[in-house]
Design a binder for this molecule. Structure first.
Ligand SMILES: Cc1ncc(COP(=O)(O)O)c(C=O)c1O
Length: 400
């Protein structure tokens, strides 16, 4: 192997614009002393996001996607005693906000082609929960995982059929499209994340996508401690400190100028992995299931058959729980780690997390088996063609 990267290769590092727009907007905030969770950068960033998502949406910039999901549930009136159906195959932030409302998450497994919530299982769960509890679930949380859009045609028609609002968790999917419609435009409400590892970042941040101005106004009200319009601090309901800072929003404005470049790069990296791994038996690079799906490929993911033997996989390993990635997946992760490459197992399904062991779950085995055989590979803007070739060479070298 002739090429050796100078630095460790991470999954997805923050990458500022070459032109330094982020610094310009931050400098403006300092110069004008808008160093607060409101100001021109916040409004400008919201406008940029609205222009990007289009479809007449109204967007509130917030401190995180977790906060946005919490506010989305509050907007839908989710409270103690309610159930919320949620995709089990996701990061914990998709589900934890349900518990912040005192409500009960009910987990739904994935379909094999998108890896997102299975519409058939979802419909079964809607009917079953209504039968068991005597009332309809209050909301549904659908995730566009790793940037792959969910099956929105089927899901939106289910939402309409049962009159249950859907929240789209598009944390990973800014720049992805389903049937030509941008992710973040589906459901009653949607959310984005701008955490440091996302396709664009504000260092930490998120957004809530609302369908009308009034909903956005109420979300911003809740996000600013629900302070009433009075000359002193008057509070009639409980609020939160969830607004995005004007400094962070400056980063966001700069990042919006390179969103298109970032998406193109992630897709290019994905395509290169596909090309270079096609000849490796037992390793499959996850792709768009059909022409309807246009993933931003925030992270390129692979599946590895149990038959693939990896060097070191028979040595002893620490077991953390009764649901673990296969030995060959863990051995490959360790191999890549030692070669200076960050790789990570897929999300462990929430219904397999000890913290949610008592939660009802409607499962078909898909997410659990993906967790056992799957892995995320470095995909961010700093990952060069040489890096991808090096990573693929390391994978080939690891195979016995
Ligand atoms: C699917 C999903 N939802 C929500 C979040 C939470 O985002 P944040 O860190 O902005 O709260 C993440 C973060 O990785 C995520 O992957």
């Amino acid at each position: 192997m002739s090429y050796k990267p100078k630095n460790r290769i991470y999954l997805c590092l923050a990458h500022m614009s070459e032109a330094g727009f982020e610094q310009k907007y931050i400098q403006e905030a300092f110069t004008t002393n808008w160093v607060a969770p409101l100001g021109p950068n916040v409004y400008g960033f919201e406008k940029d996001l609205e222009d990007f998502v289009g479809t007449q949406k109204h967007i509130a910039a917030l401190s995180s996607c977790t906060a946005a999901l919490h506010l989305a549930l509050l907007q839908l009136g989710v409270e103690e005693g309610d159930e919320v159906l949620c995709q089990t195959f996701s990061f914990c932030a998709s589900t934890h906000p349900i518990t912040y409302c005192g409500a009960q998450p009910v987990f739904i497994d994935s379909e094999p082609n998108t890896w997102n919530i299975d519409p058939m299982l979802l419909e079964m769960a809607i009917n079953d929960r209504a039968r068991i509890t005597g009332k309809k679930p209050k909301a549904i949380i659908v995730v566009d995982l790793y940037g792959m859009p969910a099956n929105w045609e089927a899901l939106e028609s289910l939402g309409e059929k049962y009159n249950i609002p859907i929240i789209e968790d598009a944390a990973n999917a800014l720049g992805s499209y389903y049937n030509g419609v941008p992710c973040g435009a589906f459901g009653t409400l949607a959310t984005f994340s701008f955490n440091g590892n996302k396709i664009i970042t504000t260092s930490g941040g998120g957004a809530l996508v609302c369908s009308d101005e009034g909903t956005k106004r109420q979300a911003v009200f809740l996000a600013t401690q629900a302070r009433e319009n009075a000359p002193y601090y008057q509070h009639e309901i409980i609020g939160y400190n969830y607004r995005l800072s004007n400094i962070s929003a400056g980063i966001g404005r700069g990042q919006m100028t390179v969103l298109g470049d970032h998406v193109r790069h992630h897709k290019h990296v994905h395509e290169l992995y596909q090309r270079l791994l096609v000849s490796v038996e037992g390793i499959e690079v996850k792709d768009n299931p059909s022409d309807k799906y246009d993933s931003n490929f925030w992270l390129t993911t692979i599946l590895m058959a149990p038959s693939v033997k990896i060097k070191g996989q028979d040595s002893e390993r620490r077991i953390y729980s009764d649901c673990e990635p296969n030995d060959n997946v863990e051995a490959l992760r360790v191999w890549l780690d030692q070669a200076g490459i960050e790789a990570r197992p897929l999300w462990k399904p929430m219904h397999k997390q000890p913290v949610y062991k008592a939660a009802p779950a409607y499962v078909n085995g898909v997410s659990e088996s993906l967790f056992k055989v799957g892995m995320c590979l470095p995909s961010g803007s700093y990952v060069s063609d040489e890096d991808v070739k090096y990573i693929v060479d390391c994978i080939k070298e690891a195979i016995v």
